[in-house]
Design a protein around this ligand. Sequence first.
Ligand code: SAM
Length: 352
Amino acid sequence: MKKLIDKLKKERHLEQSEWTDLIEHRTPELADYLFEQAREIRHAHYGHDIYIRGLIEFTNYCRNDCFYCGIQRSNTHICRYRLSEDTILDCCRSGYELGFRTFVLQGGEDAYYTDERMVHLIREIKSLFPDCALTLSIGEKSEDSYRKFYEAGADRYLLRHETFNHEHYSRLHPAELSAAERQNCLWNLKKIGYQVGTGFMVGSPWQTATNLAEDMLFIEKLQPHMVGIGPFIPHHDTIFAGETAGTLELTLFMLGLLRLMLPKVLLPATTALGTIHPHGRELGILAGANVVMPNLSPRDNRKQYALYDNKIATGEEAAEGKEKLVQQMEAIGYHVVTARGDSLMSADHLPK
Ligand code: SAM
């Protein structure tokens, strides 16, 4: 299996059967070897820098009913909220003072936030913080809407493909959502010129090693600037309440493989990783990740953006949280930097 890791490092490509083999036959020793290689590549391109993104979860209203997600529209047990434009700008302001130079606006697919409102918000953020990058993560939209947001100043877009396999996708989503449409959105985003992020959940119900191999092949083809992966974690109000969560071990292994396949990719150690293990995010960094996305949302709303159970939502102020993060990263030899943190993948996507 070590040979496959060496091949991946050299050629940045594996056949589907090789991906499956590697994933199915992984061992702790193999993982240690993988992480060493992944760190070597990460250090060559990004040194020991950690890029931070200020995550603003601005609405938990959603028109979709993804079976795994706690904010799915049919969940009547959660308290819905949406932040006003002023509150969002306040979050950016306090984030800016703390050294954040990327803001990520993430939310459910909320009809209140029409294209016009989004365009206004994007323009406001970009005019108040011209040296910051703005990432949107607001789901599936028409190509026309994506273009409007881009022209208003949005730089990046995160849209996980969730799982490449169409049949698997249809077991995780209601009939009105399809893998084809999700993937089509990603190709549109790339065409428009966004720095694009995709990703998948690790250990979602029925996922096989072959599914993960298909995910890797899709990502290789898409060549995204970012890949966000995290373990699936059940939410008690969903039909997957009794399912087993994805593991830290497999998520870390997939992070290492992604770093080898796409050496310059931006790879977050996600909140979900931090949720399933107290040192999940540090371990993610040691497996090859180079981005962390602390929460800048108002404290009271963080728990309400409950995609899954036990999501880390400490009562800390953003400043306190950032200071803690800096210390956690220093403890493992990495440094949080104040920078936009663009991907090195293609220079033509650098600041507009
Ligand atoms: N609405 C936007 C979208 O569809 O991309 C952004 C919000 S969506 C809640 C963000 C991500 O949360 C999804 O892409 C999914 O991978 C992740 N997520 C949702 N439920 C989850 C769960 N139970 N466990 C782990 N991740 C989950």
